[in-house]
Design a protein around this ligand. Structure first.
Ligand code: UDP
Length: 229
């Protein structure tokens, strides 16, 4: 029997580095994570690092090294999230790049054990390899941990036919197929992550994570953001 009050049992929430850009940004994100947890939904949070470094945008450091610094940035953000959620006793942080005494190493078995024992799970260190992004890490973890979907928390409230800031006539899609996203060349996730979700039939939900209650409403069955399935 389901232990949650939600249609979702287990989710992977991807939050980008911009969530850590200010206290003002981090607060609503934390609130949404704890609200989801209160509903009884198992939640793994994959943290980005783009506020500190985005490997492919760095021009004066070799890509391999730049990406490794980006990976470390995700661990720093993971620790900041840990700090912000500290009062939440049921909390674990696993990283693909463990640091002795600082952050525990990721394994599927450990992650599942923590999720099933009702811990909020912070996942840092991306995929553990350069040349990838944390979007791909989120897609991988969703497949590996059997999540119902990947929820990408961004600052836009869904997928639009065009940039809504530039084109007031842009249409928002509540639901769209993987095929249509590719055909219209819509920016949802990075290509590798998107292809992986498509191949493994993992639904992707895009929502505005800075809008308090969005995640809670989605988990309660309301139509929030956009879903690719
Ligand atoms: N990164 C990497 N491999 C991964 C995940 C991340 O090399 O599996 C590096 C890469 O340089 C990336 C940076 O870490 O640009 C920060 O991650 P990301 O760009 O996904 O952060 P976000 O855009 O979500 O803030």
């Amino acid at each position: 029997m389901s232990k949650t009050k939600s249609a979702y049992q287990r989710i992977i929430l991807k939050i980008s580095g911009e969530s850590f850009a200010s206290e003002e940004n981090l607060k609503p994100v934390c609130r949404q994570i704890t609200d989801a947890h209160k509903l009884g939904v198992e939640i793994g949070v994959v943290v980005g690092g783009g506020n500190l470094i985005r490997g492919k945008l760095v021009t004066d450091i070799e890509r391999n090294i730049a990406d490794r610094t980006g990976l470390i940035a995700t661990i720093i953000n993971g620790l900041l999230l840990e700090n912000a959620l500290m009062k939440w006793s049921k909390l674990k942080h696993l990283s693909c790049l463990p640091i002795s005494g600082i952050v525990e190493g990721y394994s599927r078995e450990k992650a599942l054990e923590y999720l099933k024992s009702n811990h909020i799970l912070i996942l840092s260190g991306g995929t553990g390899s350069p040349y990838f992004t944390t979007d791909t890490a989120a897609a991988l973890r969703a497949a590996e941990l059997g999540a119902d979907s990947v929820i990408k928390g961004t600052k836009v409230d869904g997928i639009y036919s065009d940039d809504p800031k530039k084109n007031p006539g842009a249409i928002k899609y509540e639901k769209i197929s993987y095929h249509q996203v590719l055909k219209q060349n819509l920016q949802v996730m990075d290509r590798t992550a998107f292809a992986f979700c498509q191949e493994n039939r993992i639904p992707i939900i895009i929502l505005d994570i800075f809008q308090v209650n969005n995640l809670k409403k989605l988990l309660a069955g309301k139509k929030i953001g956009s879903i690719v399935c």
